[in-house]
Design a protein around this ligand. Sequence first.
Ligand SMILES: [Zn+2]
Length: 415
Amino acid sequence: MADRYVDCGTLYDGTGYGTIRDARLVIEDGRVQEVGPVEDVPEPDDAERIDHSGEFVLPGLIDAHIHMSGLREMDPFTWLTELEQEPLRVARATVDCRDLLDAGFTTVRDLSSKIGIGLRDAIAEGEIPGPRLYTSGLAFSQTGGHSDTHFIPHRWVTDQDPGSVVDGETACRKGARKRIREGVDVIKIMATGGVLSEKDDPRHSHFTDAEIRAFVEEAHRVDIPVAAHAQGAAGIKDALRNGVDTIEHGVYLDEEAIDMLLDHDAVLVPTLSIITRLYEHGEDHGIPPWAVRKTAETHDDHLTAIRAAYDAGVTIAAGTDFIGPELVPHGENAEELELYVEEIGMDPIEAIHAATGVAGETLPDDDVGTLTPGDHADLLAVSADPTADISALRTDVDAVYKGGELASESSEQGR
Ligand SMILES: [Zn+2]
């Protein structure tokens, strides 16, 4: 029997681009039971009415690319020295989880962290507030790759690395199996160099076909997806040709790579927020000179590539690559959607779709990102219309519900 229902001024259900005026959403045991125009959905008996009849209601937002790192600085040397301070990082990340929820993010995909699994389980147990957390555990890199720490001597890395730098098909396969044994929801691999890594080049591809295929075979065997950090066109194509499900960043997508994204039904996660913030403010936040240079080199090409992918009809899921420091903090993740509207040319409703229904497609479960019967009743009520002004998702979130329960509400509204 229904336990509560939400009356909505306007409802967007995350499945396409349409909205319903004067909608009603009925919730039972934390899931959507029925949804539609008020005239078609009668008020259930003995159920609590939640009144958002003057507001815009949409599925809880999803950030398809974050890092639950518990970091507060942008200098990679600090990341290294704080690696051992796990209690400190967990304590900070616990606050980040709260901030994500307050910002309307009821689900996130953590694409590399050492502490994501523990946080995920603590949130699922109800011990700490936070979004539904899907995590890859630590990402895999080849020796000299994006998450190998190549600004320190190699032997120091091998001393402290918990099995995330792997070379050769057998090691990749065993690595994937270890992560699966740890209980990850997705496997993350670094298929090219990157920006916040000193000695590699974002345009160069990493891992051989056989290595990528080994990760993908093991992941798909247990029905979890593979996400590839992939910036150069060659590495993007290697990833797609060998069955990777989501391409992260896509900085140097060319025409052939875009065609392959379409042919393979793969999803592109642009992460424009981090590149924009690094480009505009990185130097003031202690990123090293080589990262300043790499950011400047990639910024324009990245925007051009994502525009071309959008124009070609590539499926785009919203992801920020936010990490936690002041420059890229959890809680401001909805900025990604503003960039899709301002820089890429999406309609606001397309940007919202990218952070709800489409972002849900990057996850192994199909009950988040949309508000159709059977889905988790994860939703937010916004006091201004985000289809008119997308920034409303950053400034006007009034209430956030996770599993039908009020998870956060704006203090200003004082409801
Ligand atoms: Zn990332």
